[in-house]
Write a protein that binds this ligand. Structure first.
Ligand SMILES: [Zn+2]
Length: 377
C-alpha cells in the first residue's frame, strides 16, 4: 500500500490537520490513540504519521519521501518502526504469519486486515517488543510503535504497555488504533492524546472504488451505500455479492423479530457453514439496519439510509421502536461480535443473540456502561 502524506488522508480533514500540526511543531506526546469506526483509515494514518516522524530531512516539514528513512518506512522496514497487530494461529507459526501479513500490507494497495479466526495481539510478541524498547533507537531520534486494534490485548499486556508509555525520557512514540475505545483500560486511554476519525462520506468511497479498485460506477455506488462509511467494509464486500449477503441478513432478522426461533434456525441452516467473516458481515448489516431506524426517527432523508431500497419498512419500524430499544438491540449485536473473538461456535452465538433481539425483558440498568461505540450516531 502506498503511504499517503498526512495532508492527503482520505476523508479525514481534522485528523490530517491535527497530525500535520504535531509534526510541524515536532512536539510529541508519548502516545496517541486513533479512534473511530473500523475501516476509515486509522491504520493508514498511523503509517503516514510514523513516516513523517521518522523522516531524516523533514525537521518539521512534511516528509520528503526520498530519504533513506522515508524509503524504509514506505516498505514497512524501518528498524525504528515497530508493529503490534492481532494475529491468529499457532504460536510456532507466528513469525511466518506476521511476515506474511506485513508483506501483504506492503504489496497490496487494497489490503484489508481481516480476522478469520479469533485473533489477538500476542503476549510473546509484545514481550519481545518491550524488551527492545529498553535500547536506544537504531537510526531515528525516536522509535514509533504502531499498535493496530489495540483493544485486542490481554490485561497484563496493558499494564506492561502502560509502563513503557509512561517511562520518563522514553524514546518511543506510541500510536494505538481502535474502533472500540471503551474496551481499552481507562488508564491507557487517559495517557493517550486522542485523535478522532470519522466515517467516510459515501461519495468518497464510491469514487475510491471506481478509481482505484476498478469497480464500475453502479456497483461502486451500491457498495458505498452498504459500507456504512467504512472503506474496508466496501473493499471486503466487493468479493462477495453484497446485496445477496445483505438480503440474507435481513431474512434472518425477520423470524428473529417475530419471535420464531424454529424458522430462524432453519434460515440460519440454509447459509451452510458461513464462517466468521460472513457472520460478522451479517451482524454488521443488522447494526446498519438499526442505525437506519435511529436516523429515520430523527427525520433523516432517504439518501442517508444505508438500506434505502427498504425505506418503507425502515420508516414503519422507526415509528414503533424508540431510541432506547434500538440501542438495546445494538448492544445485543455488539455482544455477538465480542463473543466471536473467543472460540465460540459462531452460528450458535448469532442464533442466541437473534432470539434475544425481540426480547425486551433485559433491564436498562443491567447494560454494560458502553453499549456500543462502533458507530457514531
Ligand atoms: Zn524523508
Amino acid at each position: 500500500m502506498p503511504i499517503p502524506a498526512l495532508s492527503d488522508l482520505l476523508g479525514q480533514p481534522e485528523a490530517s490537520a491535527f497530525l500535520s500540526g504535531v509534526v510541524a511543531r515536532a512536539r510529541y506526546a508519548n502516545a496517541y490513540l486513533f479512534q473511530g469506526p473500523a475501516g476509515v483509515g486509522k491504520g493508514t494514518a498511523a503509517l503516514a504519521f510514523a513516516r513523517a516522524v521518522l523522516c531524516d530531512r523533514s525537521g518539521g516539514a512534511p516528509p520528503c519521501g526520498r530519504c533513506p528513512a522515508c524509503l524504509k518506512s514506505a516498505r514497512l522496514q524501518h528498524p525504528d518502526l515497530k508493529f503490534l497487530f492481532p494475529v491468529s494461529g499457532e504460536e510456532k507459526d507466528l513469525d511466518e504469519t506476521i511476515a506474511a501479513t506485513l508483506a501483504a500490507w506492503r504489496e497490496d494497495p487494497l489490503f484489508v486486515f481481516s480476522y478469520e479466526k479469533a485473533a489477538s495481539i500476542r503476549l510473546s510478541i509484545t514481550r519481545d517488543l518491550l524488551r527492545e524498547l529498553a535500547f536506544k533507537p537504531f537510526e531515528a531520534q525516536r522509535r514509533v510503535v504502531v499498535v493496530r486494534d489495540a483493544d485486542r490485548m490481554r490485561e497484563d499486556q496493558y499494564s506492561a504497555m502502560l509502563k513503557a508509555i509512561e517511562e520518563p525520557g522514553a524514546s518511543s512514540l506510541w500510536v494505538l488504533t481502535t474502533a472500540r475505545p471503551s474496551r481499552l483500560p481507562a488508564t491507557i486511554r487517559s495517557r493517550c492524546q486522542k485523535v478522532r476519525f470519522a466515517p467516510l462520506p459515501e461519495d468518497l468511497i464510491a469514487d475510491f472504488l471506481s478509481e482505484r479498485a476498478g469497480i464500475t460506477a453502479r456497483p461502486a455506488r451500491m457498495l458505498a451505500a452498504l459500507s456504512g462509511g467504512s472503506l474496508a467494509r466496501a473493499l471486503t464486500l466487493r468479493e462477495q455479492d453484497p446485496l445477496a449477503l445483505r438480503n440474507q441478513a435481513l431474512a434472518l432478522l425477520e423470524p428473529a423479530l417475530r419471535g420464531d426461533p424454529a424458522t430462524l434456525w432453519k434460515t440460519l441452516g440454509r447459509l451452510g457453514r458461513p464462517g466468521r467473516e460472513t457472520i460478522r458481515r451479517l451482524v454488521e448489516f443488522h447494526q446498519l439496519w438499526l442505525r437506519d431506524i435511529l436516523r429515520a426517527r430523527y427525520g433523516a432523508p432517504r439518501e442517508s439510509l444505508v438500506h434505502r431500497d427498504r425505506e418503507e419498512e425502515i420508516r414503519k419500524q422507526a415509528q414503533t421502536l424508540d431510541a432506547t430499544e434500538v440501542r438495546r438491540r445494538l448492544m445485543v449485536l455488539e455482544e455477538v461480535l465480542r463473543a466471536m473473538e473467543s472460540n465460540v461456535a459462531v452460528e450458535v452465538a448469532l442464533f442466541s443473540a437473534l432470539t434475544r433481539l425481540a426480547d425486551r425483558s433485559l433491564e436498562t440498568d443491567s447494560w454494560p456502561p458502553h453499549p456500543t461505540d462502533r458507530w457514531a450516531y
